[in-house]
Design a protein around this ligand. Structure first.
Ligand SMILES: Cc1ncc(COP(=O)(O)O)c(C=O)c1O
Length: 407
């Protein structure tokens, strides 16, 4: 039956809920950092499916893990545990501060679990008055109602009725704004080490260390949302490892599954003990297919040579973007870390990130935006120098198109 349906972009408008406005092209296959559409047109992928495809498309180790597991067992639910989930959890625990893992299916679900756990931990230990969650303006934590409310962009949480309460927002990289809000009523402060959707804004070491100290002073948990920064993207397994700061709860998704939907919340044994049997759950959390793929991602990424490649790729990106800027004068700054970089548009081009993104697609390059002023790059961690150079040539054509006004 599927052969009779022509999957065109027009069909999207006919049959899909209109909450997305996807591009006109429909990609049908990918290999490494190259993708082909229905017309067999080739694209270089600097987007990585929004910081997800950490090993590019159809990496042999991931294809093998998925197909091997597909022949064994697909699903059990949490009524029973399974081998891939246990192996992955053990590896995550051994490699991080955490003692315990909760598996989810997405970043939002991992955060939902983290926020509920923080509230339950505080209720059990200190009482109902300790329920305040401090988050940051421009932060992004997912699209469930709790996570958009904690997120720092009211546009995503307004218009859906009453929001979960006791959530307040401080200013990112402004420790005084946290000091002004935090008290013994605070149960958790949640931050992204690099704000991703908010515009690739790195937290300063001073700020992140300062938030840790404030949390300690007020018996509040520090939750690090590493959904976008995790699993090697910044050149360390998790970004917290750059700061000499340990979170109490960490959430991870996106690169964790390299393209297979999976998320996780990591925490200490003491904190985890407050999420007792029956307090939280998900039918698919810890699904064997998802965990088998994530284990293969972990085994491939968690090596010094891959981390070194992330840093050398960052250098090449920065050098190429600086060269383009010398020629075309479009950026005020390149910020971010590893394979999570933002080219910030200067005054003249402010508000026009989407024009660059569309022009890039015209020239066979998949890029991303992070708000109206930032072009975001979140490619495969193991993208080759050749693919970077090819992608940069395409990006130059896109820049030329925008600066010449042929948009
Ligand atoms: C920092 C951060 N947290 C959470 C999320 C939500 O993840 P998901 O879309 O998998 O629910 C995102 C997604 O962009 C993110 O960047």
């Amino acid at each position: 039956m599927t052969g009779q349906i022509q999957p065109t972009r027009a069909l999207f408008d006919d049959v899909m809920v209109p909450n997305y406005a996807p591009a006109g092209i429909i990609p049908v296959k990918g290999k490494g950092s190259r993708v082909w559409d229905q017309q067999d047109r080739e694209y270089i992928d600097f987007a990585g499916g929004i910081a997800v495809s950490s090993l590019g498309h159809c990496h042999p180790a991931l294809v093998s893990a998925l197909t091997m597991q597909a022949e064994k067992i697909w699903h059990l639910s949490n009524v029973m545990t399974n081998e891939p989930a246990l192996r992955l959890a053990k590896k995550l625990v051994d490699a991080t501060f955490a003692d315990k893992v909760y598996f989810a299916n997405s970043g939002a679900e991992a955060n939902e679990a983290a926020f509920k756990l923080a509230r339950r931990w505080a209720l059990d230990k200190f009482g109902a008055q300790k329920d305040q969650i401090i988050s940051f303006s421009k932060s992004f934590h997912g699209r469930t109602f709790f996570t958009v409310t904690v997120g720092g962009q009211a546009a995503y949480s307004d218009g859906f009725g009453p929001k979960p309460g006791a959530v307040v927002h401080a200013e990112f990289n402004n420790l005084d704004s946290v000091k002004a809000l935090i008290s013994d009523k605070t149960c958790a402060v949640v931050l992204e080490p690099i704000q991703g959707e908010g515009g690739i804004i790195p937290g300063t070491a001073e700020f992140i260390q300062g938030v840790r100290e404030l949390c300690n002073q007020h018996n509040a948990l520090l939750i690090m949302d590493e959904v976008q920064t995790g699993v090697g993207r910044t050149g360390k397994l998790y970004a917290y490892m750059h700061y000499g700061v340990t979170p109490d709860i960490l959430t991870t998704a996106k690169s964790l599954g390299g393209g297979f939907p999976v998320g996780a919340m990591l925490t200490t044994a003491e904190i985890a003990s407050h999420l007792k049997v029956g307090t939280h759950g998900s039918t698919y959390g810890g699904n064997p297919l998802a965990c088998a793929v994530a284990e293969a991602v972990f085994d491939t990424v968690n090596h010094a040579d891959v981390m070194a490649q992330v840093l050398s790729n960052e250098q090449l990106f920065r050098q190429q973007l600086a060269g383009l800027n010398d020629k075309y004068h479009v950026f005020s700054e390149i910020r971010g870390q590893g394979m999570l970089l933002g080219a910030v548009l200067n005054e003249q081009y402010k508000g026009r990130s989407r024009d660059f993104f569309l022009a890039a697609a015209d020239h066979g390059l998949m890029a991303l935006v992070a708000g109206p002023d930032v072009i975001r790059f979140a490619p495969s961690l193991v993208i080759t120098p050749e693919d970077i150079m090819d992608g940069m040539q395409r990006f130059e054509q896109a820049i030329k198109q925008v600066v010449s006004g042929k948009q």
